[in-house]
Design a protein around this ligand. Structure first.
Ligand SMILES: *[C@@H]1O[C@H](CO)[C@@H](O)[C@H](O)[C@H]1NC(C)=O
Ligand SMILES: *[C@@H]1O[C@H](CO)[C@@H](O)[C@H](O)[C@H]1NC(C)=O
Ligand SMILES: *[C@@H]1O[C@H](CO)[C@@H](O)[C@H](O)[C@H]1NC(C)=O
Length: 312
């Protein structure tokens, strides 16, 4: 019995709803428009009425006939406007339908910067990059994406329902490693306005930000033990990956036929006309402001026939 009453109420509501929905409609029902562009929308009814009109912020409305009225605006500039069409039927019932309108504006500028430091970073440190998006609306359709090189590393959306243009920002926290030296970060602001929106993506991208990562030398490469025949020349090479580029220091038993030279971030030690005096340990140390590392190798000069250990 109770169900019977509920069912009748439900059917009654359905009937009322169908009635209201059927009496007024808009074509198009929804628009997405760039701020300052034109809009034209028709409001139609299928019932005889006393009054059919638009409640509108700007523009003009013009009746085609008693059952259709067009609202036209050349340059829609009223942010957050909620125009509606209303009708008073012959029983003096008022009907109303809201026009769903989204006014958008792409950002004037999207920029990327470092927060409280320069683009120079130390390996393993904690840093923040900031993306600033200027003058965009509506922010609820905005996605800000962060890219490291070509890889998407973070994206964020906003829930603020404000309709007027705002400035927004997003922070990306990074802890760079030595492999990130020279990497480019950028951020992208995209308005995704759905199927009614423009087909082309509305994306504004920041300039890239190059980061420089400083790191200490941790190992020496290219330095090996050597055996050299008496009277021959030999070269030892010492290099280490570090930024800023390391400085090199050699330790060995001094001899007049040994000299060192640094070229292109590598240090070379030359032994000219090796003699027995050059036999021994050679140690190379690479240093920058963040640390140092070293490695020792042996050089053995093999005597051939008559061993003359004095320098010629
Ligand atoms: C609105 O109605 C007018 C007159 O019938 C018609 O010319 C126009 O194309 C219609 N506009 C839309 C958006 O349907
Ligand atoms: C945002 O990131 C999520 C995963 O983190 C991804 O599924 C989504 O496609 C991204 N959105 C955009 C617009 O790139
Ligand atoms: C950033 O790096 C790119 C390529 O690695 C280079 O062409 C550009 O000049 C650099 N920009 C700055 C500001 O250093």
């Amino acid at each position: 019995m109770c169900e019977g009453i509920l069912l009748r109420i439900f059917l009654g509501l359905l009937h009322l709803y169908a009635n209201v929905a059927g009496t007024l409609w808009l074509d198009p029902p929804k628009v997405v428009v760039h701020h300052g562009d034109s809009v034209s929308v028709n409001c139609s009814t299928n019932v005889t009425n006393h009054l059919l009109d638009w409640e509108k912020p700007q523009g003009t409305s013009k009746k085609t006939d008693d059952k259709k009225i067009t609202w036209t605006v050349e340059h829609l500039t009223e942010w957050g406007t909620k125009p509606f069409c209303y009708m008073i039927d012959t029983q003096y019932n008022q009907h109303k339908i809201e026009f769903n309108i989204i006014i958008y504006k792409t950002p004037d500028r999207v920029s990327i910067s470092t927060v409280g430091h320069t683009e120079l970073m130390i390996e393993g440190g904690q840093y923040e990059l900031q993306c600033d998006i200027q003058n965009v609306a509506p922010v609820e359709f905005l996605t800000v994406s962060w890219f490291k090189g070509d890889t998407l590393v973070k994206n964020i959306t906003f829930t603020d329902s404000i309709k007027t243009p705002v400035n927004q920002s997003s922070i990306l926290q990074i802890s760079p490693s030595r492999d990130d030296d020279g990497v480019q970060y950028r951020c992208e602001a995209e308005l995704d306005l759905g199927p009614e929106g423009p087909q082309l993506p509305l994306t504004v991208t920041s300039e890239p930000l190059n980061i420089t990562v400083c790191y200490p030398p941790v190992s020496i490469s290219e330095l090996h033990n050597k055996s050299v025949d008496f009277g021959y020349d030999e070269v030892l090479k010492c290099s280490s990956d570090a930024w800023p580029r390391p400085q090199y220091r050699w330790e060995y038993i001094p001899a007049p036929n040994v000299r060192t030279e640094d070229i292109d971030g590598v240090s070379l030690l030359y032994i000219d006309y090796a003699t027995g005096l050059n036999t021994g340990t050679y140690k190379c140390t690479a240093t920058n402001k963040l640390g140092e590392t070293s490695q020792s190798v042996r050089v053995d000069v093999r005597s051939v026939g008559n061993t003359n250990t004095s320098y010629p």
